[in-house]
Design a protein around this ligand. Structure first.
Ligand code: FUB
Length: 368
């Protein structure tokens, strides 16, 4: 980690009101003084959407006039922190919904549990969802019994589940962090991948290599490993093609290099469209930024353009971007409630564009 970790036990007034009965639920922490808690809350650009459970990696969608958020559900496991994210031991998914931003948030019951997925063993990481016709699709990464991340899909007639998983992962899938984007022509694409614990570096040949490099051993002067993109089949259940590289170019038209940790892809893909352009955004991982690159096609190439979000409290950063009522919103997560990277909370804040289509950088911490 190359920046100081902020390990404040920051508890908003919100949390002090929350009833806490399980070790997986946020507690008021050491800071039981309401005035101090309110002061701590003011340090953050926005406040947690819920405090009943810990949540991260929010993928937001607008369906039938409501906002649905598909987050990871963080739990307080026993595995020590490591560079591969073994401490992210999530076992199920729960969906959040709201009628408007800033309004009450409903936390729905468990939508899918790892015990229901025949091929999955553990680590239900960042999910996404999509809708086609009258079916909702939940896409999720999990480790299989060999320890390889695969991407599964589960279906439901309700956006909040329960979801019924397919018996096998998507054929040819690997790594983590699926994000499904549906273009104006109705074609849907899955963006995915992550280095280090996300295992992209163990899938270079297309077959999982359990003995491959555990972390990011990319040569500093060679093109960085990229996210992947694949068109989905019409039924949304499989890849319609072999995954392709999502290439991000620098100001000279050259692919970003492995040594460019401030800009190269790490994990947390997201795609959105603005004024006819394709905006591919992602986390830079060990430098903790959410950045973006712009292209003319869902396949890219994309030109690196800038930062969307400065580092949050906690190691990981993962987001989604949606338009709602003519305004744009950034969903993201930090560790405000717990002060611990493994126990995060999702948030939302407004996103603004400049006249030239670039995005104004946000700082999640109020620095005074
Ligand atoms: O939540 C587990 C992993 O941490 C996600 O899959 C990554 O994007 C990072 O947020």
């Amino acid at each position: 980690m190359n920046r100081p970790q902020l390990h404040l036990l920051a508890c908003s007034a919100l949390v002090l009101l929350a009833a806490c009965s399980s070790k997986d639920q946020p507690t008021a922490g050491a800071n039981a003084d309401p005035q101090a808690a309110a002061k701590d809350a003011r340090r953050y650009l926005s406040q947690p959407l819920i405090s009943e459970i810990y949540t991260a990696d929010p993928s937001a969608h607008i369906w039938d006039g409501k906002i649905y958020v598909y987050p990871s559900h963080d739990i307080d496991g026993t595995t020590p922190e490591d560079d591969l994210g073994a401490h992210f031991e999530m076992r199920d998914y729960r969906v959040l919904s709201m009628d408007k931003i800033g309004g009450p948030v409903t936390l729905h019951p468990v939508a899918l549990d790892v015990s229901q997925v025949p091929w999955a063993e553990k680590q239900m990481w960042a999910p996404d969802a999509a809708r086609k016709n009258d079916t909702y699709f939940l896409y999720f990464p999990a480790k299989d019994k060999q320890g390889a991340f695969r991407i599964g899909v589960a279906t439901s007639k309700s956006p909040t589940g329960p979801f019924e998983p397919r018996p096998e992962p998507i054929k040819g899938s690997f790594s983590i962090d699926p994000a499904v984007f549906t273009d104006a022509d109705g074609r849907s694409y899955m963006y995915f991948g992550g280095i280090w614990g996300g295992q992209l570096q163990r899938n270079i040949t297309g077959t999982y290599d359990p003995n491959g490099s555990k972390t990011d051993l990319q040569a500093d002067d060679q093109p960085a490993l990229t996210a992947k993109v694949a068109l989905l089949t019409d039924d949304m259940l499989e890849f319609a093609e072999a995954p392709r590289d999502v290439v991000v170019l620098d100001e000279n038209g050259k692919p970003l290099l492995g040594g460019d940790h401030d800009r190269r892809f790490f994990e947390a893909s997201w795609m959105h469209k603005y004024n006819g352009k394709y905006y591919f955004s992602y986390s830079t991982g060990d430098t903790h930024y959410i950045v973006y690159a712009i292209g003319d096609s869902p396949y890219g190439p994309f030109k690196y353009t800038g930062r969307i979000l400065e580092p949050v409290e906690g190691w990981t950063t993962h987001h989604s971007i949606v338009e709602w009522d003519g305004r744009w919103w950034l969903f993201y997560a930090d560790s405000q409630l717990s002060g611990q990277t493994r126990l995060r909370n999702v948030k939302v804040t407004e996103l603004f564009y400049n006249a030239d289509g670039t995005i104004k950088t946000l700082d999640p911490l109020v620095r005074s």
